[in-house]
Design a protein around this ligand. Structure first.
Ligand SMILES: NC(=O)c1ccc[n+]([C@@H]2O[C@H](COP(=O)([O-])OP(=O)(O)OC[C@H]3O[C@@H](n4cnc5c(N)ncnc54)[C@H](OP(=O)(O)O)[C@@H]3O)[C@@H](O)[C@H]2O)c1
Length: 209
């Protein structure tokens, strides 16, 4: 697939690099330093990243979402995989919660795009390790949710390519539960040396797993 990265920081830089290693064509965009984008590989403006993309990863701070979308232009029909959490300015809490979620607010902003919420329940620190261990028998689970079946399939492929077992958590409104959960994960990741390792080890509940 061709994947456009909107926000090439900790999450976008790492996930984009892994997608490229997994064989996808990746276009990085949106960082303050051109030098940094150059180091990551093929890069351009947000508009370049979105154009012809089969999937777009949205990986900017919540406060930058409007800016990056404005620069990206028309995203009608695009699969937008968002790992962005609706964090406040000092990253201490969610500005959207309980009766809605960042993913749902985003889907309303870009109602002609197909939004999937994924990758926000994992700390960026563990992504390369998960990718390196992807051939091991037991993969860590990763939740995703969305309202459009075909875009969820695209997200599931990407999640699998990184080395996780994709777990469909249901419609986009389930992000009301996964986003606070993701915030807890992030808090755990900052506790002690083993924090990031512990934080992503969620397993499926019940069933055959
Ligand atoms: N990091 C994690 O472990 C983690 C886990 C779960 C979810 N998330 C979510 O993922 C999203 C991205 O997080 P992150 O940690 O990857 O953030 P980050 O490292 O700050 O990356 C954001 C990117 O946006 C760019 N940016 C910020 N302001 C800009 C501006 N004015 N113009 C152009 N580019 C600008 C940054 O550029 P520079 O590189 O130049 O700073 C960076 O490339 C957030 O919504 C966060 O809540 C993160």
């Amino acid at each position: 697939m061709r994947i456009g990265i909107l926000g090439s920081g900790l999450m976008g830089g790492k996930l984009g690099t892994i997608f490229a290693r997994a064989g996808h064509e990746v276009v990085f965009s949106y960082a303050r330093s051109e030098q940094k984008l150059k180091k990551l590989g093929r890069h351009g403006t947000p508009r370049d990243a979105v154009q012809d993309a089969d999937a777009v990863l949205l990986a900017v701070h919540w406060s930058r979402v409007d800016d990056v979308l404005k620069q990206a232009g028309d995203v009608s029909g695009k699969v937008i995989v968002s790992c962005s959490l609706p964090m406040n300015a000092d990253d201490t809490g969610l500005v959207v919660a309980h009766t809605s979620s960042g993913a749902e607010v985003l889907a309303k902003k870009i109602s002609k795009a197909r939004v999937v919420s994924a990758f926000n329940t994992v700390p960026s620190e563990v992504l390369f390790g998960v990718f390196a261990a992807r051939r091991k028998a037991r993969r860590p689970s990763l939740l995703y949710c969305g309202d459009d079946a075909s875009s969820k399939q695209v997200a599931a492929v990407l999640i699998h390519d990184v080395g996780f077992e994709p777990v469909d958590a249901g419609p986009l409104r389930i992000a009301r539960y996964t986003e606070p959960f993701a915030l807890l994960v992030a808090q755990l990741a900052y506790e002690g040396d083993e924090g990031p390792e512990l934080a992503y080890r969620f397993e499926r509940f019940g069933g055959k797993a």
